[in-house]
Design a protein around this ligand. Structure first.
Ligand code: FAD
Length: 319
């Protein structure tokens, strides 16, 4: 089923999850074990992130450096298919502009269509540190809106080769990213929101937000989106803090603020109690979001579900 159908049918706030493929050479059994931890909480859909190849520099014995382009976390499509077939849970593969040609993206979409995966999250991706050489008339999507347009075209039976006869239309439900605290490259919030609206106008069906730790930011963001005529569901993204080092790493990596009250509580907590603080904070956020009847809460789990499971169990006790 499509994400948008899950949201339309839900009688109460859904809880969805985002996981990351293992590093190259990792074991799929670890992913199955992670998904099995989530089964008692009836996930309506699970997102699997995508990662472009990156450049790494390795120092050689003679003191020179070797540049290597490596794809550390392949397997998004395979994981989605495996999870969907094994557990009958809908999956949402993330697709990126950066690091992929439009031709590769079209092939990936055809694979997904054949596999019966009808949800995708369309993202630009961050700078992977290198540019793919584009030759022979190939091309890249620059912004997420361009990727949305490519997917919508395929949903209309329009593939990259213009004269394909009897091209079968695909049927993808498309999610896009939104930033309650503004995307870090956008010069201001208004311009960022206009770019978000362009993604929705191009055919995106729903938005998932970047993580935030202050619900005011989400509520303000939704109000501004609605004022601009963005009417699709806006799913809040929640991350549970578990380590003191995240007070620096999360703001610098994701360009979001950690409220002073939460930062002070984490700083004051002994290391073994930081997770308790993060869980309590996330429960408070979720309770308020549910009271405001958000359609779904999307948890950024990545590789470890234990913190999110504590949050859900806490929510169940309060219900
Ligand atoms: P865009 O919507 O293209 O926006 C990027 C920037 O360009 C913004 O500042 C926007 O305002 C601006 N912009 C947009 N259109 C135009 C235009 N026409 N002209 C000028 N400026 C424009 N990254 C990964 O690598 N893998 C993942 O799996 C992944 N999953 C994510 C899931 C979620 C829910 C979120 C919120 C983020 C995720 N990311 C992921 C991170 C994401 O790729 C980065 O935040 C990236 O920098 C922006 O992606 P976007 O799709 O929002 O880009």
């Amino acid at each position: 089923m499509k994400v948008i159908e899950h949201l339309q049918r839900a009688r109460e706030t859904l809880l969805s999850y985002e996981i990351i493929p293992p590093r190259r050479g990792g074991n799929i059994e670890d992913i199955f074990a992670l998904v099995e931890q989530l089964l008692p909480f009836d996930p309506p859909f699970i997102d699997v992130t995508s990662h472009a190849a990156q450049v790494e520099y390795e120092e050689l014995p003679d003191g020179t450096w070797r540049r290597r382009v490596i794809r550390k976390r392949p397997g998004t499509i395979g994981l989605c298919a495996a999870i969907q077939n094994r557990y009958n849970i809908d999956t949402v593969p993330h697709l990126l502009c950066r690091g992929f040609t439009r031709e590769e993206t079209e092939d990936a979409l055809i694979e997904l269509h054949y596999l019966g995966i009808h949800n995708v999250m369309a993202l630009r991706g961050d700078d992977p540190g290198f540019r793919k050489t584009i030759t022979d008339g190939r091309s890249c999507n620059e912004y997420a809106v361009d990727l949305v347009r490519q997917i919508v075209n395929m949903n209309r039976g329009r593939y990259l080769e213009p004269d394909l006869l009897d091209a079968a239309p695909t049927d993808f439900c498309i999610g896009v990213a939104g930033y309650p605290e503004k995307h870090f490259e956008a010069p201001n919030m208004e311009r960022d929101l206009r770019h978000l609206k362009a993604k929705v106008d191009a055919g995106a069906h729903y938005i998932v937000t970047q993580m935030f730790f202050d619900n005011r930011k989400y509520f303000d963001f939704v109000a501004r989106c609605r004022a601009l005529g963005i009417e699709v569901p806006i799913i809040p993204g929640i991350k549970v803090l578990s380590k003191k080092t995240q007070l620096q790493s999360i703001p610098s990596r994701f360009h979001v603020e950690i409220p002073e009250e939460l930062a002070a509580e984490i700083e004051a907590a002994p290391p073994e109690h930081v997770l308790d603080v993060g869980v309590e904070w996330a429960i408070r956020q979720c309770v308020e979001l549910m009271e405001q009847r958000v359609p779904c809460i999307h948890f950024y789990i990545m590789q470890d579900a234990s913190a999110v499971i504590r949050v859900i169990e806490g929510l169940r006790k309060l219900a």
